[in-house]
Ligand binder design. Structure first.
Ligand code: DGJ
Length: 541
């Protein structure tokens, strides 16, 4: 009997191991018009936080951070892997920091997006190991236009590429060996905010030689195939110079800083693509590259040039088939403007960095609702001393409950969102028979805050679950309803319930009527409150 039980037990364990092993890897798919991230075989949204640059280098420093992440309901941490620490001696790897992050994340049921701080970190090459820094003859630098070497590796060196690829492959092998069955690591960022300063292109002799060669055929073909959808500045430069199908960079795009930037963008992108491609051969996780957004009216060379920026995004897309996403880092205003540029049929939105300030708690609803982003992540998330009071934690708590529903509606017209402030205090969204008029809560004039010069940002999202049924979530919004086609009658509220989802099931709280719905006129989340309400509408004449 015991023997049979033992055999049975072993079979169960083996079957479990086979199933875990057979589980498909984290992947990025397309669903309707949006991206769709799959992790452990299920749809997933990154409710993330990125660590400050040096935090992940010390397990002791990290110890209290894990609890903070949990307190803010983060399901993912974006954590750097530092080339200088994992390969202190060429070819000798030390994955202590990586292993300690894996262990910490698993203990706290948090996923990881690793940021490969390899050849470039905000333009500079500060994270390359000492053996690379010191051997500048083997690992050459980019030069500025005066011929001065910079602390920036040139992308025009096969040795530079090989050194980065070797380290990255070793990292991906280590992750695969130690994490494939858990899928703690779900995505990889390749390098960090690539771009060149203080010149608009690299002036290393190899770079200048390449600059005077013909624009690569692959790019020329891409431009012709995507002629109708090219970024306006790129399309215009090409058109103005005769829409040539071959020629040097200056012949095809004209002389000037803009062309210098296009040229360096192509070569940075080729380098990053090669790193990603080689890494994926070892362990094919979804990979992305992040961008330091440029400021208006600053010329190339005045900002980190040649990264995956909207005005040269086509150059990056043409060079990077191995990279799944190009992603904006937000330290600029104009959240909507930049997100519009990064949300494309060939690019799902993922926000790996955004300045950690209270408004992120509203912006996340808009990012996930309107742009149907696959994730969101304030930078230096551990800098708070009161994680349990952080507004982003309140939004993440709501969004955690909604994750299955949000993923189900990604890419469909049944999901949308709003972002409001004093200047832009109302928006309208239509779902089937109904138009939602969503206003900033302060438009009611009921709160003392309404008299203030600045209003906190307010945000929300709406999911249509059936023709007359909706889930509304957010903060600082007040929503009223009219019929999309007045001839079908007027619209009224049938019922509103506040509540939440527990293990996928709706768990109702209060029925929101009377003063809470302004006697049947609206649905509301006051400023400072975060929640989910289930709404039924009807029409009458
Ligand atoms: C953007 C970078 O990507 C981060 O690593 C960090 O340096 C922040 N800027 C600091 O604001």
């Amino acid at each position: 009997m015991m023997k049979h039980l033992f055999i049975y037990y072993m079979l169960v364990v083996l079957a479990g191991a086979v199933t875990a092993g057979a589980q498909s890897l984290p992947s990025l798919q397309r669903q309707g018009s949006a991206g769709h991230l799959m992790v452990n075989g299920k749809p997933f949204l990154v409710l993330g936080g990125e660590l400050g640059n040096s935090s992940a280098s010390s397990a002791d420093y990290m110890r209290p951070i894990w609890k903070k992440l949990r307190a803010m309901h983060c399901n993912t941490v974006l954590a750097p892997v530092y080339w200088e620490l994992i390969e202190p001696v060429q070819g000798k790897f030390d994955f202590t920091t990586v292993d300690s992050l894996l262990a910490g994340a698993r203990r706290h049921s948090i996923k990881i997006v690793f940021l490969w701080f390899g050849s470039w970190k905000n333009s500079m090459s500060c994270y390359v190991p000492a053996w690379v820094k010191k051997d500048y003859k083997t690992y050459p630098r980019a030069y500025d236009e005066r011929g001065l070497a910079q602390e920036i590796l040139t992308p025009f060196s096969a040795d530079n590429l090989r050194a980065d690829v070797d380290a990255f492959r070793a990292l991906m092998k280590h992750i695969r060996e130690h994490d494939e069955k858990y899928q703690t690591v779900i995505m990889i960022q390749v390098e960090n905010e690539i771009g060149i300063l203080p010149s608009a292109r690299d002036y290393h002799p190899q770079a200048t030689k390449a600059f005077h060669q013909p624009v690569p055929t692959a790019l020329m073909q891409y431009l012709q195939q995507h002629k109708k959808s090219l970024a306006p500045a790129l399309a215009e430069a090409w058109r103005k110079n005769g829409s040539r199908t071959s020629g040097t960079w200056e012949e095809v795009f004209g002389k000037g800083l803009a062309t210098d930037e296009m040229f360096i963008a192509w070569h940075f992108a080729l380098f990053a693509n090669q790193v990603a491609l080689e890494g994926k051969k070892v362990y094919p996780l979804p990979m992305f590259v992040n961008a330091a957004l440029n400021r208006p009216n600053v010329k190339p060379g005045g900002y980190p040039s040649g990264g995956p920026l909207p005005h040269i995004i086509d150059i990056w897309k043409a060079a990077t088939p191995a990279i799944d996403l190009l992603s904006p880092d937000f330290y600029n205003p104009d959240f909507i403007h930049w997100n519009d540029l990064y949300t494309r049929p060939d690019n799902a939105l993922f926000i790996p960095e955004i300045r950690f300030e209270p408004s992120v708690s509203a912006k996340v609803f808009y990012a996930l609702g309107h742009y149907q982003a696959i994730g969101f992540s304030p930078f230096s998330i551990e800098s708070t001393d009161t994680p349990e009071n952080e507004p982003i934690g309140k939004s993440y708590q709501v969004l955690t409950q909604l994750m299955p529903l949000l993923c189900q509606h990604q890419g469909k017209p049944t999901l949308d969102g709003v972002l409001l402030d004093k200047r832009s205090d109302a928006d309208t969204l239509t779902f089937g028979n109904y138009t939602f008029i969503v206003k900033h809560d302060y438009t009611l004039g009921w709160s003392p805050g309404a008299k203030e010069e600045n209003w906190p940002q307010a945000g929300g999202l709406i999911i249509q679950t059936a023709p007359n049924e909706f889930i509304v979530a957010g903060t600082g919004i007040v929503v009223s309803f009219v019929s999309a086609q007045p001839s079908k009658g007027r619209t009224g509220i049938l019922s509103i319930e506040e509540g939440g989802y527990r293990e996928g099931h709706w768990n109702p709280g209060r029925t929101m009527n009377g003063d809470q719905s302004h006697q049947g006129r609206h649905l509301r989340f006051p400023v400072g409150e975060y929640g989910i309400q289930k709404l039924s509408l009807y029409q009458y004449k």
